[in-house]
Ligand binder design. Structure first.
Ligand SMILES: Nc1nc2c(ncn2[C@@H]2O[C@H](COP(=O)(O)OP(=O)(O)OP(=O)(O)O)[C@@H](O)[C@H]2O)c(=O)[nH]1
Length: 215
């Protein structure tokens, strides 16, 4: 049996294992290190970065949202709902998470940034396993000793805590995580997949790496 959105009905004993997942691509940043451009729309081998992320991340979730604070019409052509931050200033990725949690159809929300085109194809699967077995509020990827805070899976119930934190002026992801029950998921086997593009030199380096990454 399926619910209104075509997702399997949740089993009461294992709700996390069957719950549908909304994914959000975080593309709401200012791209200052790239000269103030809209990073998600910058092209890697002729395709916008956001298109690469849609290709990898989209199949891992049941609904896909794009969080962007400019060029909404250009993001809309990809056929997914586009959301701007509710906070008017650029408040960092937590503002995008807040917008997505408010709009998500499903009870679990996964995030990925627009500037990591080769993110793991099993990202959401592994985060869900950890969230389910731990009962934590949020699962976050880690590579070696480095948390990857914009790659996470969280429950809708964290929204009040997040909104309160943002309203109090909090902006740091690690400080908000410290208020929650968080489980870290090691991706040391795929550390390279989390590499992101911050400036033009990195974009050029990725251009050279594409044949290796896609073969
Ligand atoms: N919604 C939203 N997302 C943001 C904001 N700032 C950064 N992000 C996202 O958070 C992730 C990491 O961003 P950074 O690379 O640190 O920031 P950036 O603004 O993209 O780039 P820089 O200005 O060069 O630091 C990316 O997916 C950004 O799109 C913001 O104010 N709002």
């Amino acid at each position: 049996m399926q619910n209104f959105f075509g997702c399997p009905l949740m089993r009461k004993d294992f709700p996390d294992e069957t719950a549908c997942i909304t994914g959000v691509i975080l593309a709401g940043g200012r791209g200052r290190r790239m000269g103030g451009v809209d990073k998600g729309l910058q092209e890697l081998c002729g395709r916008p970065l956001v298109a690469w992320v849609i290709e990898r991340f989209g199949p891992q979730v049941d609904e896909l949202l794009i969080n962007a604070n400019q060029n909404g019409d250009r993001y809309a052509v990809f056929g997914h709902r586009v959301l701007a931050d509710q906070i008017s200033e650029f408040a960092g990725p937590l503002a995008g998470l807040q917008a997505a949690l408010t709009a998500a159809r499903h009870s679990l929300l996964a995030t990925a940034p627009c500037d990591s085109p080769f993110l793991p194809s099993d990202l959401v699967h592994r985060l869900r396993q950890a969230l389910t077995t731990s009962g934590a509020d949020l699962a976050v990827a880690r590579t070696f000793n480095q948390p990857q805070p914009v790659f996470c899976l969280c429950r809708r119930e964290v929204l009040p805590s997040l909104s309160e934190y943002l309203e109090s002026g909090g902006r740091r992801v690690d400080r908000w995580h410290a208020m929650l029950q968080v489980v870290e998921v090691a991706f040391d086997d795929q550390a390279g997949a989390f590499e992101n593009i911050n400036n033009r030199d990195e974009l050029e380096r990725f251009e050279r790496a594409v044949p290796d990454q896609t073969s």
